[in-house]
Structure formats: C-alpha cells, structure tokens
Design a protein around this ligand. Structure first.
Ligand code: NAI
Ligand code: MG
Length: 336
C-alpha cells in the first residue's frame, strides 16, 4: 500500500531491495489513496479490506494529501488497520548508523540503539470525546484517554519479552492519575513476574530530557499511544531524521503486521525524487524479520548502514543521490 505522496516513491524502492535480498514473496498492490478517496468518498473499499485483513503482512507508505482535509481519511486507512487488525504493538527503533548523523555535541553520548514500544490501539487516539456548544465561547472539547487493563498489560509484557538490557516505562502518572495509575499497577505486576529484566520508570517530560541528554542509556521504552508518537519523532531526529526512521505495527499473537516508515507523505518534497527511501527499506527489513527471515533482515540493514556511511544516500542525510539511486546503492551492496 504505497498510498500517497512520498509513500508512492519509497515503497517501490523497498520492494526493489526485498527482491535483491532474495525475497520470493508474492506482492499485491492496493491503490488506496487520496485520488480514490476524492473520487469515491470511500477510504478502503470492502473487497480491498477483506484482502488486507487476510494478508500475512502489509508494507505501507504514507497516507495524507493537502487536498483532503477530512480526518476520516487518515482514520479510515491507517487507524482502521491498526485498530481492527488489533496491531497493538508499535515498534519504532532508533539506531545511529553513522556518528555524523547525530545532532548531539557530546561524542561520548551519541551511541543510540533503542526501541520505542508504543501502545497502538488505545489511549487518546481511539476517537472518543466530543465538542459541545461548538463554535461558541462556551464550547467544551473533550478527548478521552482510554486505557484498559488488558491493553496496558499486554504491551508492557511484550516490552519485557523484547528487552535485552532494560525496560523503561514512561507515563505521566504524577498529573494524569487515573490512566497513569493503571499503567503503574500493570507495570509493577508485569515487572514482578519478570524479575530477571531490569526496569525503571520515567515521567514523559523527564524521558524527553534524558533522551536528548544521553540516549545511550536506553534499551526499550514502553509507553502509551500519544507519548510514543511524540518521543519517536524525537528519537528519529537523534539518528538522522524522519527519512530513515522505520516502524512495525504488529500483533504478536495473530502474527498480523503492517510495516511503514514513520514519516508522512512529505508534501513539501514529494514528487521530486528527493525523498529518502531508507525508512521504508528498514521497515521492509522489519517485515521480513517478522515473517521469519531474520538473516535477510540483517543483510538489508547491513547494506543500508554501509550505503549511509559511504554517503551514497539522499540529501537529508548528507548525500546527493535521488530516491531511486539511493535504493540502487543499497541493492548494489546486497549483490556484492
Ligand atoms: P512528514 O513526515 O510527511 O514530513 C515532516 C518533515 O520530514 C518534512 O519536512 C518532510 O520533508 C520530511 N520528510 C518526511 N519524509 C521524508 C523522507 N522520506 N525523506 C526525507 N525527508 C522526509 O509529516 P507532516 O509534514 O507533518 O505531514 C504530511 C502529511 O503526511 C499529512 O497529511 C499527515 O497527516 C501525513 N502523515 C502520515 C503519516 C502516516 O501515514 N503514517 C505519518 C505522519 C504524517
Ligand atoms: Mg507521528
């Protein structure tokens, strides 16, 4: 699903790299995009939905278009897939492949190899709430932060299963006492059941500060939907920016997954052959790892790292290649 804007440019590069890495998957392309939405008013047609819901994995570009102001479009594509396929784990790794991509002055603290694990099906994104007395000075707008015992427990459990060194649980339990209270209780219960995994708690503001001060301290950060969304833009910037940040949306029980670069459709630069395909390519690597081919994932990641270090990459990370030339530079390393 390339969808819109930059997504249409980066997904073909990811497929090119998958082919070069030897993936013998069948790909089926679905033209879910703003043109179709503007024409039909339907975000995902029913017959397409059935096929998407049955797919082993979905490789996704980005959704959004300056011509579509209606929030039902984004909700009807990406949020629907996350919610209805119950893709409750959002993995957003941040790894520094080349020292010069770090914005931090202190060389001894640049090393970054962390994973934001964001709860992906609850929180402030469920769309509960409303606007009362709309358009008047007395207007009230509410947006409800929905947290369930099951939802919080399962994401924290997955963090403890995934962590190599430590799980840092991030919330805002000092000010948001109801949701934060539930997160605290679930975290303590899961931690007690996993005594071998080191763990600590940070409030989200302190976590933002620590991520800039010394990202090398972190392994897995588990947090809610909104905080994970925000912190993962920050961590992307610690390692080279939106162009290279990958993500996976998975359900570890059903095995379903949707894999997408963190970035959006980049309307400011889309269509000019300048967007960085690395975020999509690393997302494809996460996809093959999820599908049970970790060696292929490692080979793709190695090729990406080597191309970046050689500056065979797009402008945003210090090269001068076009989108497709940057994809070719990675393909070349896979074939060498
Ligand atoms: P954005 O991620 O599209 O762009 C933010 C900045 O990062 C821009 O300066 C852009 O040029 C740059 N950038 C993004 N991708 C890049 C790439 N591959 N290579 C180099 N630079 C890149 O976010 P923005 O501008 O807030 O949103 C644009 C549209 O995308 C909106 O319609 C928004 O709703 C949608 N969006 C969709 C997402 C998704 O499908 N998962 C995620 C975020 C935004
Ligand atoms: Mg975001």
């Amino acid at each position: 699903m390339p969808c819109d804007g930059a997504g249409k440019e980066v997904v073909p590069e990811a497929i090119k790299v998958l082919r070069a890495a030897g993936a013998d998957f069948e790909f089926e392309q679905f033209d879910v995009n703003a043109d179709a939405y503007l024409r039909t008013g339907v975000a995902i047609p029913d017959d397409v939905w059935k096929q998407l819901a049955a797919a082993d994995a979905i490789l996704f570009g980005a959704v959004g278009d300056p011509r579509v102001q209606d929030p039902n479009y984004l909700a009807g594509v990406l949020l629907r897939l996350r919610f209805e396929l119950d893709l409750y784990v959002n993995l957003r790794p941040a790894k520094l492949y080349d020292d010069r991509l770090s914005p931090l002055r202190r060389e001894d603290r640049r090393r970054t190899d962390l994973l934001i694990m964001r709860e992906n099906t609850e929180g402030l994104y469920v769309g509960m709430g409303g606007r009362f007395k709309k358009g008047t000075e007395e207007e009230i707008a509410t947006q409800e932060d929905v947290n369930t015992h099951l939802g919080v427990t399962r994401i924290i459990e997955h963090a403890f299963k995934t962590a190599k060194r430590e799980v840092v649980m991030v919330d805002k339990s000092n000010a948001m006492v109801f949701a934060g209270g539930l997160w605290q209780e679930c975290w303590k219960a899961v931690a007690a059941a996993n005594p071998k995994v080191k763990t600590r708690h940070l409030l989200v503001d302190a976590a933002a500060m620590q991520l800039v001060k010394d990202p090398s301290q972190f392994d897995v950060i588990v947090t809610g939907n909104l905080f994970g969304d925000i912190l993962s833009d920050l961590t992307a910037e610690l390692v080279g920016g939106m162009g290279i940040a990958p993500s996976a949306n998975i359900n570890p029980s059903s095995g379903r997954g949707l894999f997408e670069p963190v970035h959006g459709t980049a309307p400011d630069i889309a269509g000019k052959g300048m967007v960085n395909p690395v975020g999509a390519i690393l997302s494809a690597a996460m996809m093959v790892k999820h599908l049970g081919v970790p060696d292929m994932a490692d080979a793709i990641e190695g090729a990406v790292e080597s191309a970046i270090r050689a500056r065979e990459c797009t402008r945003d990370i210090g090269g001068d290649l076009s989108t497709s030339q940057a994809g070719d530079a990675i393909v070349k390393r896979l074939k060498d």
